[in-house]
Design a protein around this ligand. Structure first.
Ligand code: FAD
Length: 623
């Protein structure tokens, strides 16, 4: 039998974008091939072994709501779970988990191996094949040709990757992995607009040489949170604490003395690094007045002594790395298992992508993940899922799915990338979402699972569980709205206990729950209030709907007002030179970016609200 060489979708790269892309394409019905350098590194975490956090956790929950793998794999691999911003409003609450690196890879690989319609193959891709201006397949390092209508490129930090440790540098995709040179060359030949970015990672430490007794332990939350909407704490492996220590004045002196051999400070590195995840040398330089920085000691797994010291990412020479970590309390005798390093790599200006993540210039070619200028596993996974499902839809000539900014962080992410581009590695924050009251972690399934089902991404098990949950929420809200409590029929103490003061009139249970001081649990202790539901997810939704509905409704009104212009399509042949009153600068920007909708046009830097009004007038005239 011939080896299969023809597929609907080929995904290149088995990182966080590639694995979600391949799974999504296959779930959406495409015969999919995942090609990657090394099957052993499927789902590998290049940097810290943790998933989630503010904004990022929101993306993970959305990927989960659409049937993706990341949250479920984290539930199987997470060794410490926390809810960040637990005391703040639900919009900014976020789940974060420390993962066992090996368990995480196993969980991802098992999902890939068991996904119907997905073939795995270990090979580097060196070339893309084109027919006119459409992609038609790829060629691997040993010359095997694979054909497909759509190709999703998720090459991460590998394209022209250059690793730096002090003034030494060498080509690599990340430490220990080969770079992608031929493919990077090919993409440059195709005139795709390329830039250079940089990221870095700390040295890894041997836990047996660390004195944890002088550090502050940081336990996870109890009860232990869960990432996937279908997950349970029973799936989690053993939970372990992290520890906190600090840099000090001596650490900072050592770093300052080493800056003349820093690739960043001597100009050897040209790529821009992530502002929100700076190296320790960058922090010392930028916050010169600060004499101490926190360092989190995070276990890399349950069956290893390796520790990830979060907060001391560095590309200083190895001797400086050793001296700086040994100057930190508890690390005086530490052994470094792997040196820290920085990596520079090619990325492609995402303003040349459509909202579906298909490139504008080559039909059927999709980009997802770090290649688009983002940083982070979660951002990569979310883009992977989007590109994967849209590649599958492209093959069947279906319209792409482009989530809106008011529907999902995934919509915010894609829209930010394609309209604003990046000037530094892009990471997600809740502050990037203008409708964040509606885009919460807790309601990602209510926002997206039905859409996922229509797209073919959500299986029967998830769909049944979701429908049951949605019905339970609706039923309980209805019941609370229909149930009245009459203070005259209550012993005074009962009413006071719930409200904290005498109840003066009749209330519906739902209206009582609106009050900040009334919890669902306390409400349900009232006589005749009924039996409290046990499903924590349902109870959370009922409570949030009661407490925040007013604000959410107001936000929905804003969404509806904005939506009319947001989705107004801009004709592909629109000549911006013909729009009366538009400045030359705005014309150039619009001609360069070719936005697909008026909403996208409004978010391009330099395109003013006045310019949008002129465009609107012009479009109405054309109709
Ligand atoms: P990757 O995870 O890099 O995966 C790319 C995949 O493509 C790999 O499997 C690779 O083998 C494969 N591949 C590449 N080229 C080819 C080819 N030609 N043929 C076949 N397969 C190919 N993120 C943060 O959020 N914070 C940080 O502090 C941070 N620091 C980092 C430090 C370092 C040193 C590195 C390397 C990454 C860091 N990251 C950080 C980024 C994080 O690892 C990435 O954002 C994330 O892994 C991107 O996922 P991806 O799927 O796009 O790419």
């Amino acid at each position: 039998m011939l080896y299969p060489t023809r597929f609907d979708v080929i995904v290149v790269g088995g990182g966080h974008a590639g694995t979600e892309a391949a799974l999504a394409a296959a779930r959406a019905g495409a015969n999919t091939l995942l090609l990657t350098h090394n099957i052993e590194t499927l789902g590998q975490m290049s940097c810290n072994p943790s998933i989630g956090g503010i904004g990022k956790g929101h993306l993970v929950k959305e990927v989960d709501a659409l049937g993706g793998a990341m949250a479920a794999a984290t539930d199987e691999a997470g060794i410490q779970f926390r809810i960040l911003n637990a005391s703040k409003g639900p919009a900014v609450r976020a789940t974060r988990a420390q993962a066992d690196r090996l368990l995480y890879k196993q969980a991802i690989r098992s999902r890939l191996e068991n996904q119907p319609g997905l073939t795995l193959f270990q090979q580097a891709v060196d070339d893309l094949t084109l027919e006119g201006d459409r992609v038609s397949g790829v060629v691997t390092q040993i010359g095997i040709r694979f054909e497909a209508a759509a190709v999703v490129l998720t090459a991460g930090t590998f394209l022209n990757g250059l690793v730096h440790v002090g003034l030494e540098n060498f080509r690599a995709g990340r430490f220990g992995d080969p770079p992608s040179i031929s493919l990077a060359q090919r993409l440059r030949e195709l005139q795709l607009p390329v830039g250079r970015l940089k990221t870095g990672t700390p040295p890894r430490l041997d836990g047996r040489t660390i004195d944890f007794s002088v550090m502050e332990p940081q336990p996870g939350n109890d009860p232990v949170p869960v990432f996937s909407f279908l997950g349970s704490a029973a799936q989690h492996p053993r939970q372990v604490p992290c520890w906190i220590t600090h840099t000090n004045a001596r650490t900072h002196d050592i770093i300052r003395a080493g800056l003349d051999r820093s690739p960043m400070f001597t100009g050897v590195i040209e790529g821009v690094g992530p502002r929100y995840c700076p190296s320790i040398e960058d922090k010392i330089h930028r916050f010169a007045g600060k004499d101490s920085h926190q360092v989190f000691m995070e276990p890399e797994g349950l069956n290893t002594h390796e520790i990830y010291p979060q907060g001391v990412s560095t590309s200083l020479p190895f001797d400086v790395q050793l001296a700086l970590v040994r100057s930190i309390r508890g690390l005086e005798n530490v052994h470094i298992l792997r040196p820290g390093y920085a990596i520079e790599y090619d990325y492609f200006d995402p303003r040349n992508l459509k909202a579906s993540l298909e490139t504008k210039s080559i039909a059927g070619l999709f980009f997802a993940g770090q290649i688009n200028g983002t940083t982070g596993y979660e951002e990569a996974a979310a883009q992977g899922l989007l590109a994967g499902v849209n590649a599958a839809r492209y093959c069947r000539e279906l319209t792409p799915w482009c989530p809106r900014r008011d529907q999902a962080y995934l919509g915010v992410l894609a829209d930010d990338l394609i309209t604003r581009g990046v000037s530094e590695p892009y990471r997600m924050f809740t502050s990037r979402a203008e409708y964040r009251l509606s885009l919460r972690e807790d309601n990602a399934d209510l926002r997206l699972t039905e859409i996922g089902r229509e797209l073919g991404l959500v299986d029967e098990v998830r769909w049944t569980a979701f429908c049951r949950k949605r019905e339970a929420i609706a039923r309980e809200v209805e019941r609370l709205k229909a149930t009245w409590v009459n203070p005259r029929l209550l012993p005074e103490s009962e009413a006071c206990r719930v409200l904290g003061k005498p109840m003066e009139r009749e209330y519906r249970l739902f209206d009582l729950l609106r009050r900040p001081e009334v919890s669902y649990a306390s409400l349900l202790t009232l006589p005749d209030a009924g039996v409290a539901l046990e499903d924590a997810q349902v109870v959370e939704q009922v409570s949030i709907q009661a407490k925040y509905q007013g604000y959410i409704d107001r936000q929905q009104d804003e969404v509806e007002k904005a939506l009319a212009n947001e989705t107004l399509a801009l004709p592909v042949d629109l000549d911006y030179g013909e729009v009366r009153g538009l400045s030359i600068e705005v014309q150039q920007k619009l001609n360069q970016h070719r936005p697909e909708t008026l909403g996208q046009a409004s978010r391009i830097q330099g395109v003013t609200p006045a310019a949008i009004s002129l465009l609107l007038v012009h479009l109405k005239r054309r109709l």
